[in-house]
Design a protein around this ligand. Structure first.
Ligand code: NAD
Ligand code: 2YH
Length: 259
């Protein structure tokens, strides 16, 4: 399980602003606009309680503060509890939280206590990055290359298939690749027989996962994967429109999905 680091979350407001601007250029809508359109929900007055969790590897410096900044960025009234864990949960509810955000080493959830809806970060992240990729205004076809078919990648690919995209999938884990090909009916991508794509969706914990041979000029690479799938040099060489950000886009997707 890849854990976020405090360094990933540095300057989260700037990272969010840059991601928002990239999403707008690619789709014509900002992150809020995509979430609103996709989930059909709009925040009104929901108060979000952010509960630090000490279990496992413990508190990640900047994590709760980043969630506070992200929720504010998207217009939610939010607060971080003074206490962690069960005491923090109690404090959040007592202080009027309608939505709880909390994460341990395995699960990051949003739970709306009023309507009972609950969201998990991994599928919500995969789906929203796939949705952004699917809205590329200058895409040359409905072909998408998807690299990384795990807990984030699989739901993203399933979403693209449901939207009628022709997905070419690749994962270094042969068993995962074959399972996804058979369960979702996608096309197995063979890196030894490369071709160019104008839409690429990536969700791996590895760097340099997208070979130059598949990158077309001005393509979109929508990737929640940390570290980033391509280098700055490759991005500049091909004019890649890169959608990447460590926590905020996925959190927006979770919040809008539980409204
Ligand atoms: P996972 O372990 O469930 O899946 C990752 C998949 O990538 C695995 O199937 C693995 O075999 C595959 N993979 C690894 N290296 C590869 C390579 N070089 N080429 C092709 N496939 C490769 O992990 P996950 O939970 O799906 O998370 C994926 C990434 O997304 C992680 O880096 C995680 O930290 C990140 N993530 C980011 C956000 C965000 O908001 N940006 C949210 C959740 C997860
Ligand atoms: O980063 C994580 C895990 N990778 C789960 C998220 C799923 N994408 N968890 C964050 C842990 C936060 C910590 N417990 C805290 O500071 O509260």
């Amino acid at each position: 399980m890849a854990l976020l680091t405090p360094e990933d979350l540095e300057n989260i407001n700037r990272q969010l602003q840059e991601a928002d601007s990239a999403v707008r250029k690619v789709t014509g809508l900002d992150i809020k606009g995509i979430c609103k359109d996709f989930y059909g929900t709009t925040p009104c007055c929901e108060k979000v309680g952010i509960v630090p969790v000490t279990s496992g590897n413990g508190i990640i410096r900047n994590f709760s503060a980043s969630l506070h900044a992200i929720t504010k960025y998207f217009g939610f009234d939010s607060f971080v509890t003074d206490m962690p864990d069960v005491s923090g949960y109690y404090e959040a509810v007592k202080n009027g939280a309608q939505i709880i955000l909390m994460a341990d080493d395995h699960t990051y959830l949003a739970h709306n206590l009023k309507n009972g809806k609950i969201a998990n970060n991994q599928p919500c992240t995969g789906i929203i990055y796939a949705e952004i990729a699917s809205r590329y205004l200058k895409a040359d076809s409905k072909d998408v290359l998807a690299v990384g078919l795990g807990k984030v990648g699989f739901p993203g690919v399933a979403h693209l298939v449901n939207k009628g995209f022709r997905v070419y999938g690749y994962d270094t884990d042969r068993a995962i690749l074959e399972k996804t090909v058979s369960s979702l009916g996608i096309i197995l991508f063979d890196p030894k027989k490369p071709r160019k794509f104008s839409i690429i969706f990536e969700a791996t914990p590895s760097a340099n996962t997208i070979p130059e041979s598949v990158i077309s000029d001005n393509c979109v690479i929508s990737t929640p994967g940390i570290p980033c799938a391509i280098s700055t040099e490759i991005q500049e060489k091909y004019g890649v429109k890169l959608i990447t950000e460590p926590l905020g886009i996925g959190t927006a997707s979770m919040l809008y999905s539980v409204l």
